[in-house]
Design a protein around this ligand. Sequence first.
Ligand code: 5GP
Ligand code: ZN
Length: 114
Amino acid sequence: MTDCLFCKMVAGEITPDTVYENDDVLAFRDINPQASTHVLVVPRQHVATLNDLDAANADLIGKMMLAAAAVAKQEGIAEQGYRTVMNCNAHGGQTVFHIHLHLLGGRAMGWPPG
Ligand code: 5GP
Ligand code: ZN
């Protein structure tokens, strides 16, 4: 995907503030953080939205979750807790159409979400 912001980060054309990476995912700090820890976990493979995930690439979600838990430990927020969120399309609030998991922590999160 030549016109995708997160694909450009995965390809190294744009350099984010990376905190974790492995063969499957890249994790970097959100440019507009909503908590003291706000990291985006992005699969290297382009999948536009959760609606585009299928059985062939569903394992990506587990890998993203494992990466988020690893980053939470690394950031020192694992014990106090954190939130993981994946927004989908307009009502979910998705603005970048390459799936990503938000990892938010460092403060207590409200519920229900806005
Ligand atoms: P969404 O709204 O799609 O769930 O989340 C997209 C996230 O990407 C937003 O939290 C937004 O702040 C973040 N974002 C947008 N552009 C950039 C960028 O250029 N760099 C980084 N690090 N984050 C970005
Ligand atoms: Zn992409």
